[in-house]
Design a protein around this ligand. Sequence first.
Ligand code: AMP
Ligand code: TRP
Length: 349
Amino acid sequence: MTASTDQASQNSRFAPRIFSGIQPSGGLTLGNYLGALKRFVEKQDEGIETVYCMVDMHAITVWQDPARLRQQTREVAAGFIAAGIDPERSILFNQSQVTAHAELAWIFNCVARMGWMNRMTQFKDKAGKDKEAASLGLYAYPALMAADILAYHATHVPVGEDQRQHLELTRDIAIKFNHDYDVDFFPVTEPLIEGAATRVMSLRDGTKKMSKSDPSDMSRINLTDDADAIAQKFRKARTDPDPLPEGPDALEGRAEARNLVNIYAALAGVEVAQVLAEYAGQGFGAFKPRLADLAVSVLSPISARMGELMQDTGEIDRILGRGAERADAIARPIMEQCYDIVGMVRSRG
Ligand code: AMP
Ligand code: TRP
């Protein structure tokens, strides 16, 4: 049997279910929107069961001011809803309200091997030079992420390119758990990394991803930026002096140019080749204002709706509370079966 048919048969007993998460460690960026949120909405609208989570426990793997964390959790939730997530059709909640995440993460800490964790590039990037000073949580982060996904028996996970390695680890954990306990209990989850914008780059440096935690605000478009800020950031975005080429291949080696074209394609919902067919031969002086207009037309309704939703944080909290109850209803029985498989005595109630 090939690996893929093996895996398909392994997953066939699991109903399709999508899970994904975003850290409330800062405001949402255009990278989050194109790489994640926009695709979360598409999956919801395809009618698949969708579970979306503000991963507040992941956020605290690096220091978060408590008042800001609370505010950002609500703001990210508002961003989900403003982008088109319907909290009735999707399950929308914050991670810490469903205890299965932490419980399963512990079991996975005992399944994952030190050697696997040592290979995680995000830890190396985030911990920087002084690894001794990084939190233990930052090191164990990928095991918690696997728990997020597998506590729901999720079969598919839409994410940006930067999460590929974590999803491979999630698969390894599921396979090792199933093997060690001789069960077919966890699905081997498929990553969904699709579209023109799986890796939106910084506007200041085409080799770094656009990130909510970059110290330079000019490096990113925030979902809450107004039209002037968006126009200014694209105007100042780094590019090269050459005009836009005829075809996608000629963007090779032009990281900044390629990034802006990818962003345009993803915002317009067209192929990169189509964008180039329209703009080939034109310079960035002409292209950037058109890109800014397009971004404003897509983002301003979202940011306006976010602003309205943030007027009533009580309602956001109620939505997250209801979402957590629905999430718990799925995760709790899976968690109990998992404890049973592992050999924990469960005798209450
Ligand atoms: P984070 O903000 O790191 O919690 O990321 C949440 C989701 O957004 C993940 O699926 C990421 O892969 C995705 N994402 C974050 N930044 C980018 C980016 N610059 N380009 C594409 N996707 C991104
Ligand atoms: N690690 C992801 C990020 O930084 C966030 C995340 C946590 C996640 N748990 C998840 C994404 C589960 C997908 C599925 O982007």
